[in-house]
Design a protein. Sequence first.
Length: 149
Amino acid sequence: MQKSYPIPELDLSLKGRCAGQAWLEKWKMRFNLQLFQDNRQAFLQEVVPHELAHLIAYREFGRRIKPHGKEWRWLMETVLEVPARTTHRFDVSSSARQNYLYRCGCPERIHPLTIRRHNRIIKGTDYICRDCRQILSFYAYREPETVKK
């Protein structure tokens, strides 16, 4: 049995590291225009189906399901025939403003962080390097690059 759904409202105002969001109650999908422009093919094959699966899962199974639970995975893999990945692997340097530079124990490695993560560190949150497992420590502030239009 085939089902049809209304076309979701689209919003291209998402910024930062996030590629897409599904607003379930509003039947709306938000996308990061910069990441779309930088990764068109992969974005259409991965991110759009990912967010669409969230909307359909909510409509079909209700609000009590896990965001990336078995219902969502089933929709991704069986109905949309897309691998059920929960995160993207896009380069976000052109989209996310990562001006706070942190160091770990790795030689010559710099971790650029957003102001949100920097502020969380100031309030006591620790971030750990995935490679050396050491807590990141503040190194420098990088002035934002000005975008020419």
